[in-house]
Design a protein around this ligand. Structure first.
Ligand code: SAM
Length: 228
C-alpha cells in the first residue's frame, strides 16, 4: 500500500497510508507520542539491569531511536536487548525523508540512527556498547514459535483495531503474554475496554494512564506472577 510522509503536530514527521486512513504515529506529534507511551510510561519504569524489549512493529524505527536516546542519558545503567518485529519494512528513501536523524542535536545520534537502519535483519547487532538490536522480518503471529529470552518490556505498537482488528484480540496478546516475564510491563497507546479485559484474563494488572496529547487514556499492563 502506498505511504505518504506527513508532518505531525510537534513538527516531527510520520508515514500515512491513505487507503486505510491510518498513520504510523499520532497526528498530534509522532515524537511526543513515542516518548510518552514508550519511554515515560515504559522504558524508565523498568528497574532490571538487563532489559529485554519486544516491539510489535519496527516501522520507522522511531521507538528504537527514542529508547536508545534514553539509554544513553541513563549513563548505560542497563544492558538492552531490543527485539523488533516487522512484516513490511519501510524503504531507505522513506527513512531519509522522515528526517528523524535530525530530531536530536547530537551528531553521535545521527550515526547511531544510520546504524539502526543499516542493521541486518535476523541478526543481533550492537548499536552502541550495551544496546543490542535484533530486527526480525516476520508476521506478529510468528511469535508463537519464536525463541526469545523472557521479555521485561513490550512495546505494543500495532496499527489500530479499526484497521487490523485481529491484532487486538486474545490470540496475539496470549502469545505476547507467554513471552513476558513475571513483573514485565506491556505498554500501548490504546485504551480499548476489550483489550483491558483480555490483558486481565491473561494475568496482567492493567492501569489506565493519561494518554499522549490528543488521546485521553492509554494502557500499562504489568504481568503478575503465575499463582501456582
Ligand atoms: C503503528 S506502526 C509501528 C510504528 C513504529 N513502532 C515506529 O516507531 O515507527 C505498525 C507497524 O506494524 C507493521 N505490521 C502490520 N501488520 C503486521 C503483521 N501482521 N506482522 C508484522 N508487522 C506488521 C506495519 O508495517 C507497521 O510498520
Amino acid at each position: 500500500m502506498k505511504r505518504e510522509i506527513k508532518t505531525t503536530g510537534d513538527g516531527s514527521k510520520t508515514l500515512y497510508i491513505s487507503e486505510l486512513n491510518e498513520s504510523y504515529h499520532s497526528q498530534h506529534g509522532a515524537l511526543q507520542e513515542a516518548r510518552h507511551v514508550f519511554i515515560n510510561n515504559g522504558f524508565i519504569l523498568i528497574n532490571d539491569y538487563e532489559i529485554n524489549i519486544l516491539e510489535l512493529g519496527f516501522g520507522t524505527g522511531l521507538n528504537v531511536f527514542v529508547t536508545l536516546d534514553e539509554f544513553l542519558k541513563t549513563d548505560n545503567n542497563h544492558v538492552v536487548h531490543y527485539y523488533t518485529l516487522e512484516k513490511y519494512p519501510v524503504s531507505a528513501a522513506e527513512i531519509s525523508e522522515l528526517g528523524y536523524d535530525s530530531l536530536f542535536p547530537d551528531q553521535k545520534m545521527k550515526g547511531l540512527f544510520e546504524k539502526i537502519h543499516a542493521a541486518e535483519w535476523e541478526k543481533p547487532v550492537e548499536i552502541t556498547p550495551g544496546f543490542h538490536l535484533t530486527k526480525l522480518q516476520c508476521d506478529f503471529f510468528d511469535l508463537e514459535d519464536m525463541e526469545l529470552p523472557p521479555v521485561n518490556l513490550v512495546y505494543f505498537d500495532c496499527f489500530g483495531a479499526r484497521v487490523q482488528p485481529d491484532l487486538w484480540e486474545e490470540r496475539l496478546f496470549s502469545m505476547v503474554a507467554q513471552k513476558t516475564a513475571a513483573g514485565g510491563l506491556l505498554t500501548t497507546y490504546a485504551s480499548k475496554g476489550s483489550v483491558r479485559r483480555i490483558l486481565q484474563k491473561l494475568n496482567f494488572e492493567v492501569q489506565k494512564k493519561q494518554g499522549p496529547p490528543g488521546k485521553r487514556e492509554m494502557i500499562n499492563a504489568w504481568k503478575m506472577k503465575d499463582d501456582y
